[in-house]
Ligand binder design. Structure first.
Ligand SMILES: *Cc1c(COP(=O)(O)O)cnc(C)c1O
Length: 224
């Protein structure tokens, strides 16, 4: 039987190989333990291995974990689609929001947030219809429109790679996201420093790290 301890050891080994290949160091990548499908007890096992960035994808899950874990040192990420009407439930309880993909959401964040929120703009790099995210050719305009919201800080871009695709296809999606991120960073917009890249999940985080990910979001590989 695998434990979170063994799993995290394996994850660190894989990470270090990818970091070596790409000449990067461990501190260049922040691992986010995605706890959305597990109990607080399992989340605690990851915390005990030194992972203090956690991610949830539902307001109720976030609430429960924060209450049960009750640890001020934890850094909280919200991933996945967030309904506009639920913004008020989560926006002041998180450190990073990974799914900014429409202006109506930005507007609601502006209305509900008590301070600046670090957001990733979600990009649908490969154009799959079932997936949310801004298309690459609309990204510049979208980012430009965000300048009107004083509480939104675009810290980076986020994507979900196509499922069950070849390594080549996944890698090129990550490369596209990195190029988009760099092009926005180069504009030096005060509200959109865009220095970060949130990409890579259990099946593809090694590729993502090789292509420059600064945040990887790992669930299954920790807790299976
Ligand atoms: C669930 C989820 C993850 C983690 O996925 P695993 O394959 O379990 O590692 C990462 N990112 C997002 C947006 C998710 O919804």
């Amino acid at each position: 039987m695998s434990s979170v301890k063994e799993n995290s050891r394996k994850i660190e080994q894989m990470l270090n190989l990818s970091l070596e290949k790409s000449n990067r160091k461990r501190s260049d990548v922040q691992v986010i333990a995605v706890t959305k499908s597990v109990s607080s007890e399992q989340a605690l096992a990851a915390i005990e291995e030194g992972y203090d960035h956690l991610a949830e994808n539902r307001p109720e899950g976030l609430d429960l974990k924060q209450k049960e874990l009750n640890d001020q040192r934890l850094v909280w990420h919200f991933i996945g689609n967030l309904q506009t009407r639920k913004v008020k439930k989560v926006i002041n309880k998180i450190d990073y929001f990974h799914a900014l993909d429409r202006l109506s959401l930005a507007e609601e964040i502006e209305k509900r947030a008590e301070k600046s929120v670090s957001c990733f703009v979600q990009v649908n790099v490969t154009g799959e219809e079932t997936k949310s995210g801004i298309s690459p050719n609309q990204l510049d305009d979208f980012i430009k429109s965000l300048s009107q919201y004083s509480k939104i800080k675009v810290v980076g871009l986020m994507t979900i790679a196509p499922l069950n695709a070849s390594e080549t296809v996944i890698r090129s999606a990550f490369v596209v996201l990195r190029k988009l991120q760099e092009s926005i960073k180069d504009k030096a917009l005060p509200y959109a420093p865009c220095t970060e890249l949130s990409m890579g999940m259990s099946k593809d985080y090694t590729i993502a790290v090789e292509e420059g990910a600064t945040f990887v979001r790992i669930g299954t590989s920790f807790f299976e």
